[in-house]
Design a binder for this molecule. Structure first.
Ligand code: PLP
Length: 495
């Protein structure tokens, strides 16, 4: 299968090449030329375990990898050594017709682990398949969770260096501590005086800078990305939507072939795009619901067709969704437009230059029937956390709470009682300060005390990795201006 760029200015590549490169050389994003159809029956799906499900899904997109290779990789990634749940990603009932897909049982307690535990295997194999001798330098911009998940996934992987950029003061204290305590000879963490959009744009510019690429090539190195702009990061996420469907069948909540809704709290549009791919492959989905926090650029574009990033940027209690330039929306528009790269290139050039573009009506019509969008502000998010705790003792993290709030609003106005899966993207312990506040509990001084207080309220233990981070030395403390990012990359790679 070939992968093509959304900007249409470079030749198609193999899956292995798409994974090695990350971003397409013309600044676009790679997507598969055709979307494969899920070839197994729902009964067969229900009989698979998580590693099998993931290997089957990935094989459909990665025809240059063998089934045996993929089975080995998924067994090495998705097991109880790395994940604290035997099911890897359990589906639990929240209320009538409404289920949470818990994606946070991996080593860093957020859903990014679902992809970043497997992605290093995919990348190392891709390098091998291309017969490539260069060292791979992973450049990653993070709004908080990707950074640590990528550091854990790529730490001490031979032939790879990883540099993570995060917004200074723009991530939760726990997220910052998790990143800055990372061990490993090949890991580098840099705090940037800007927000996530600044970090992501600068990383994309470094990728696209011809001089930088010459400088790298002379040193036997090549860039790649662990952000969801890399197909190798996005594609493994498709698997858990098949998995949650199978879980609902096994629990007797749905019958084979029944439709479900999928709600995803969204930032870079990666996780919801993975859900959409699952639907295109044949998973029976009625509605996809895109949930935003106060930075609701996606709600607006889905409802009105106007993508306008010229607006105030809010720091919220769901920092991993504080994003105004949502990269994977480009992939979505490219796919839904029937691969109209000229249109996509002109819209995203306009977004870069003027901060705004308008989707034509014909294209809007193509998604308005099955794509819904809504947002929750800070007060509503906190109230949602508090209410579900009071009603059934379940503690939602702020990102998941945004998804739940948007679903409840949708459910109320539509009366739709289709069984609904909400992607639960993080453990509440990653955001204990905001969560305790939302619960109306006293917030003690110090992170460790906050973790303890939340453990008592939730009647759940603190995830091991978060407890351990409290006692590890800070190993990374570099801070740079946005303008200094390219230079620090050179400095790090010259060491
Ligand atoms: C990254 C992240 C999101 C947003 O996911 P996208 O794929 O960027 O839309 C939501 N919640 C949490 C906890 C995250 O870490």
């Amino acid at each position: 299968m070939q992968y093509i760029s959304s900007r249409g200015q470079c030749a198609p590549v193999t899956a292995a090449e798409a994974i090695c490169l990350g971003l397409a050389p013309d600044g676009g994003l790679f997507i598969p030329e055709i979307i494969p159809t899920w070839p197994y029956s729902w009964a067969e799906l229900a009989a698979m375990d998580y590693p099998q499900t993931a290997a089957k899904v990935m094989k459909l997109f990665l025809d240059d990898y063998s089934e045996e290779e993929l089975n080995q990789m998924t067994r090495a990634a998705y097991n109880t050594h790395n994940f604290s749940s035997k099911e890897i990603a359990p589906t639990v009932k929240l209320t009538d017709h409404c289920y949470l897909l818990e994606l946070f049982h991996g080593p860093t307690a957020a859903f990014k682990d679902m992809a970043l535990q497997i992605m290093p295997y995919l990348l190392v194999k891709a390098v091998e398949k291309r017969g490539q001798k260069q060292e791979v330098v992973i450049l990653t911009a993070t709004s908080g969770d990707t950074g640590k998940a990528a550091l854990e996934g790529f730490k001490d992987v031979p032939g790879v260096k990883i540099i993570v950029f995060y917004p200074h003061g723009g991530v939760s204290p726990m997220q910052e501590r998790q990143m800055n305590t990372t061990t490993g000879e090949n890991t580098f963490v840099v705090s940037v005086k800007g927000n996530f959009d600044h970090c992501q744009t600068a990383v994309k510019n470094i990728f696209g800078d011809p001089q930088m690429n010459v400088w790298l090539a002379e040193r036997g190195k090549q860039f790649s990305s662990a952000n969801s702009i890399n197909w190798g990061r996005l594609m493994p996420q498709i698997a858990y939507y098949f998995w949650t469907y199978a879980s609902l069948m096994r629990q007797g909540q749905i019958k084979a072939g029944d439709k479900i809704n999928i709600v995803v709290p969204t930032g870079n549009f990666g996780n919801i795009l993975a859900a959409w791919y699952a639907g295109q492959m044949g998973l029976p989905v009625r509605k996809f619901i895109c949930a935003s926090n106060q930075n609701k650029v996606l709600t607006d574009v889905i409802q009105t067709g106007v993508y306008d990033r010229r607006r105030e940027f809010y720091q919220t209690s769901s920092p991993s969704m504080d994003i105004l330039v949502s990269s994977n929306f480009e992939r979505f528009l490219f796919a839904v437009s029937g691969y109209d790269s000229a249109k996509i290139a002109s819209w995203f050039a306009a977004l870069k230059q003027n901060g705004v573009f308008t989707i034509d009506e014909a294209l809007q019509k193509k998604f308005q029937n099955w794509l819904e969008a809504g947002f929750a502000d800070e007060a509503k998010t906190a109230a949602t956390i508090q209410r579900h705790y009071a009603q059934n003792g379940y503690v939602l993290d702020p990102h998941t709470a945004v998804g739940v709030a948007v679903y409840e609003e949708y459910q109320k106005t539509s009366g739709d009682s289709t069984p609904t899966i909400i992607a639960s993207t993080a453990s509440p312990f990653k955001f204990s300060h905001s969560v305790l506040q939302a619960l109306g509990k006293e917030v003690p001084q110090g992170e460790e005390a906050q973790l303890e207080a939340l453990a008592q309220a939730a009647h759940k233990p603190v995830p091991d990795s978060l407890a351990q981070a409290q006692h590890m030395p800070i190993l990374h403390n570099t801070v740079v201006e946005v303008e200094g990012m390219a230079q620090i990359v050179k400095d790090i790679l010259s060491r």
